[in-house]
Design a protein around this ligand. Structure first.
Ligand code: ATP
Ligand code: MG
Length: 469
């Protein structure tokens, strides 16, 4: 156990004033308080900007009282676990009482949370050594489990016996993978062995908690790395992937099995977006082929086919994302990308308008961004098959170019972009309000989208007058 109560000038410089105030208020009131967890870890890595969490000997009622007396707003955000959130100069700081957790008999929730007086006991209940450090502006770093040296060695290691710690709360298995892939750290061998043996316990963890960690992995852009490096853990966290693992595609277009292909598509999406792929694209990449195992068939020559796997995959992905409590806007967009990832398209302006129209129906207002995301998904899909299939990626560049051109001209892909309204339909055709008006507009839209009619008011009024009602 190496304690390191040394003043660290760099940490002191980057410690935000508002967090300093919170600690001062608590200590002036006679309690002990430290910055803890993610801020300490990231500040020691030289990465600023993580929110500051504070751990204290004060009970939540004592913290709330002292902080309110100092003029801060205090919200009772998690008092059952000893947490309040103070707002200081517009910044939220979570303040939590030193605590330890009782036994986890169900592997999901601690049977009890017990508040304690020693900060080291609080650090000992934390998951990984790099997350189990506390820092104080005067007292310096408190690092009883060697987190700082693990950061320097770039190693993920559980606090204490990894088998016991992962057994208590199996979510830590997924958290270890998340920090490993996000930071690019290796996993200590004992911790790695425990990850694999405790991975099946993930089945007992609440889906919403798994969803939060998976979402964090996906958003870090490292889902592909997680799949390749930790298949046992990822297949337990997301059983839909277990069916893809080792699934031979029996196809001349694929060098990888379904699982490996998915991992490569995740990586390629990141590469094609310079690491800035949005969450819906990353989730779509991760789930785009989950419909393959159930749609597999073989022809007489033994070649594998996956007819309608995008539709089946979209259906499965919606269920999965709902189960994991992923926000509806991300889910809708990801499902739409999955459904369209293998759709036949032609390189024509008309096909681009049709695509915008489809996307705007499912995700109104997001059609342009989603169209480019779809091209990135398809490009990533193409380069993750065989070398010969990679040439399809060129076609995607053509689509993107066409779409860009089309966008410059203000494309028509919905009735809102037409130059006439329902009112015009009624006066030009002598119609009363009702569903017929919408049908006329839809027919007019189809004519404009098919380039049979220009998007001018005169032409559209003339078309309406001439239309048979
Ligand atoms: P991030 O930047 O991802 O938010 P973080 O370190 O703040 O990183 P959180 O998930 O917000 O991570 O958790 C805050 C701290 O609480 C962690 O640093 C860790 O010390 C502790 N912690 C969180 N979840 C667990 C858990 N399941 N078991 C043990 N300790 C945990
Ligand atoms: Mg955090």
């Amino acid at each position: 156990m190496g304690e390191c109560p040394i003043e660290d000038a760099d940490l002191a410089k980057s410690f935000p004033d508002y967090a300093q105030k919170v600690i001062c208020v608590l200590e002036d009131a006679g309690y002990e308080a430290w910055a803890v967890g993610g801020w300490v870890r990231d500040a020691l890595r030289g990465v600023e900007g993580h929110d500051v969490d504070v751990t204290t000997s004060a009970s939540w009622q004592q913290s709330a009282c002292a902080l309110r007396a100092a003029g801060m707003a205090v919200h009772e955000t998690g008092v059952a676990h000893g947490t309040v959130t103070a707002v200081c100069d517009g910044n939220a700081v979570e303040v939590t009482t030193y605590r330890v957790e009782g036994a986890y008999t169900d592997h999901r929730h601690p049977d009890e949370v017990r508040f304690v007086q020693d900060v080291k006991e609080d650090l000992a209940r934390r998951d990984l050594t790099i997350n189990a450090m506390a820092w104080h502006p005067q007292r310096g770093l408190l690092d009883p489990f060697g987190g700082r040296s693990d950061l320097a060695r770039r190693v993920i290691r559980a606090v204490g016996d990894p088998l016991v710690r992962f057994g208590e709360d199996a979510l830590r298995v997924l958290r270890a993978v998340r920090f490993s892939v996000r930071l690019g750290f290796a996993i200590d061998p004992r911790t790695q062995d425990a990850l694999v043996s405790c991975a099946p316990l993930l089945g007992l963890v609440a889906q919403e908690r798994i969803g939060q960690e998976l979402d964090a992995i996906v958003r870090s852009g490292k889902a592909g790395t997680a799949l390749l490096e930790q298949p046992q853990v990822m297949c337990q966290a997301l059983p839909e992937l277990a069916a893809c693992y080792g699934f031979d595609q029996r196809s001349i277009y694929h060098v990888y099995d379904v699982y490996e292909h998915i991992a490569h598509v995740c990586n390629a999406c990141q590469a094609f977006t310079a690491g800035l792929a949005r969450p819906e694209l990353q989730w779509a990449a991760l789930l785009h082929d989950v419909g393959k195992p159930v749609t597999f068939s073989q022809d007489v020559e033994g070649h594998g086919h996956f007819f309608r796997h995008p539709q089946e995959g979209a259906r499965m992905a919606r269920k999965t994302l709902r189960r994991l409590s992923i926000p509806a806007n991300v889910t809708d967009a990801a499902v739409c990308l999955i459904r369209l990832h293998d759709e036949r398209m032609s390189a024509t302006p008309r096909a681009m308008r049709k695509l915008l129209s489809t996307l705007s129906h499912e995700c109104p207002g997001r059609e342009t961004a989603l169209a480019f995301e779809l091209f990135n998904l398809r490009r990533a899909d193409a380069v993750s098959k065989t070398a010969s299939a990679a040439s399809w990626a060129g076609e995607l560049d053509q689509y993107a170019e066409l779409l860009r051109k089309e966008l410059q001209t203000g494309p028509v892909f919905g009735v809102r972009q037409l130059k006439v309204s329902g009112k015009d339909v009624m006066s030009a055709c002598g119609m009363r309000p009702g569903p017929g008006v919408g049908m006329q507009l839809d027919m007019l839209l189809a004519a404009v989208m098919a380039d049979e009619l220009p998007n001018t008011r005169e032409a559209q009024i003339a078309w309406l007058r001439g239309a048979e009602v």
